[in-house]
Design a protein around this ligand. Structure first.
Ligand code: MRU
Length: 366
């Protein structure tokens, strides 16, 4: 059952710091025994939370982008696995694992590009398969594993933020950073990847201003990144995606930092549609172009970016602005949600283990 809350007083009873600069898109609510998700489809107009206690609802929330952003989807899917596990009634281990496999498949079918989803589901399955003990105990272990994945992602993002400070040029003293889509607290367990680096730069007094691409067609930059920056008083200017080249030509941008949804072993990076053109524009203007992402976003099984599955979404994301249709009847559409930036356009990948040249990534495969 998916319930919506607009009175968020409940959130403040949780064991999490919900002061304005701590935004957690996914919260395990111990007392209610369910997951709370900030509904990202309603921000910035409305800050509401939905309550999720069934895995099918979690799958639907991921599909409809109530929760979105590669690492946040991973965390949500991990909790989805637990919610599904606790619905299984058998105490027979083999039957339980079979049913858990089916739940995993439903969650895997939600969004194809962000590898963190598949990574988190596999980790939950591996935990289940390796656990020795009763089914009842295993269910508890799965909840603990989902919480661990969430906690680890938070720490990972903070480490990415710290490592990211090393890529900031020495001059000017305060830099202008251009970013794309939303890679902040909302897109992760908290803190963010590219926006995490921006947060760290702001904290260290190294940030002049963030330029946020609006990120057509779903406008995660305009709706989410700007909202997050405003929550923390980070100076932010919204531009349309097509203004990035002009801003670079005007020397307004010192570096670009974006997130990633899947990185192949050779460093080719899938990220929100528009990232590739941004990388080309950055190279044309000699502006360093960095990707910030956790290791859980790297898919070492893929040799290069050609193998990354690209999600196509409903054309209404293009032909409608709000509820208004803007195109002539009979218009045909193509709506890929991601593109692949070749490794040669990427200056470095900022990870929790440090900043890595894309061609060096393979040497960090553990
Ligand atoms: O379609 P979304 O909003 O889930 O896509 C998310 C992104 O592409 C983000 O920009 C990001 O780089 C990955 S999440 C840190």
């Amino acid at each position: 059952m998916l319930r919506r809350y607009q009175d968020l007083s409940d959130l403040y009873n949780l064991n999490m710091d919900n002061s304005s600069n701590h935004i957690y898109p996914v919260i395990w609510h111990k007392q209610k025994d369910c997951v709370l998700l900030i509904d990202q489809t309603r921000l910035p107009k409305e800050y509401s939370v939905v309550e999720i206690d069934r895995y099918e609802d979690m799958a639907q929330a991921i599909k409809t982008m109530i929760v979105r952003g590669a690492p946040a989807i991973g965390v949500a899917a991990a909790y989805g696995m637990y919610l599904g596990a606790r619905e299984i009634t058998t105490s027979d281990r083999q039957e339980f694992l079979q049913e858990l496999d089916t739940i995993a498949e439903v969650l895997r079918q939600t969004r194809p590009t962000a590898v963190n989803l598949f990574w988190a589901v596999s980790r939950m399955l591996r935990t289940a398969y390796e656990f020795v003990g009763s089914v009842a105990e295993l269910k508890d272990i799965l909840l603990t594993t989902a919480q661990t994945i969430q906690q680890e992602d938070l720490q990972t993002c903070q480490a990415i933020g710290d490592h990211g400070l090393f890529v900031l040029p020495k001059t000017p003293a305060k830099v202008n950073i251009l970013t794309h889509c939303n890679t902040g607290s909302l897109a992760t367990a908290g803190y963010g990847t590219a926006l995490g680096v921006i947060r760290s730069a702001w904290r260290e007094n190294r940030l002049q201003r963030v330029y946020a691409d609006e990120t057509r067609p779903r406008l995660q930059g305009a709706k989410l990144t700007v909202w997050e920056c405003i929550q923390e008083g980070i100076p932010v200017t919204l531009i349309t995606d097509s203004m990035a080249a002009h801003c670079m030509q005007q020397n307004m941008i010192d570096l670009v930092i974006v997130g990633a949804d899947r990185i192949a072993a050779n460093g080719d990076t899938a990220n929100k549609i528009g990232t590739y053109s941004l990388a080309i524009v950055a190279q044309a203007h000699n502006v360093p172009f960095y990707v910030a992402a956790p290791f859980s976003t790297i898919d070492f099984k893929l040799v290069d970016g050609k193998q990354i599955p690209i999600e196509e979404r409903h054309p209404s994301e293009i032909y409608q602005i709000g509820n208004t249709e803007i195109c002539a009847k009979g218009t045909e559409f193509y709506n890929p949600a991601f593109d692949v930036t070749p490794a040669r356009l990427i200056t470095g990948i900022i990870t929790e283990k440090g900043v890595i040249a894309p061609q060096d990534l393979i040497n960090h495969k553990s």
